[in-house]
Design a protein. Structure first.
Length: 146
């Protein structure tokens, strides 16, 4: 399998790459670059490349409360799915979450993202909640690693 280059988005180009992957995969939650700049201050974000090609991104939301729960999200562009890149990104995010003290791991998937939902379920996540945010129409699924 080709080797991914995984980097923290520490400049405008990488922030824009993270934004692109996020917005392609979860268009109902599209973010501006300012949104991404704010997010990188409170979460661990990474961008994955295969050579110069943008492949995917990750988000790890550190535990912020007494539940010691972190959220791990791995996103892979459709044309790169099925090649093990999601596995690598997910494993890396899981490792980061545990290093941050997470005892429980959750993820969130856009209900319309059938690939993402299957990936989460194959990795031991179980649905804990479905919801639509106020004023929106997209359905989201929160899942917890069993």
């Amino acid at each position: 399998m080709p080797i991914l280059r995984i980097e923290q988005p520490d400049d405008e180009a990488r922030l824009a790459d993270w934004q692109h992957v996020h917005n392609v995969i979860v268009p109902p939650a599209a973010m501006s670059l300012d949104d991404v700049r704010e997010r990188v201050r409170r979460n661990r974000l990474e961008v994955a490349y295969l050579g110069d090609a943008l492949v995917g991104c990750t988000t790890v939301r550190p535990p912020t409360d007494d539940s010691a729960t972190a959220t791990v999200i791995a996103r892979v562009l459709a044309e790169y799915r099925g090649r093990g890149f999601g596995e690598e990104l997910y494993a890396r995010g899981l490792e980061q979450a545990r290093a941050l003290g997470a005892e429980k791991i959750e993820t969130v998937v856009l209900a319309a993202n059938e690939d993402g939902l299957r990936f989460a379920e194959r990795h031991g996540f179980v649905e804990i909640e479905r919801y639509v945010l106020p004023g929106e129409t997209a359905e989201w699924i929160d899942l917890r690693l069993a």
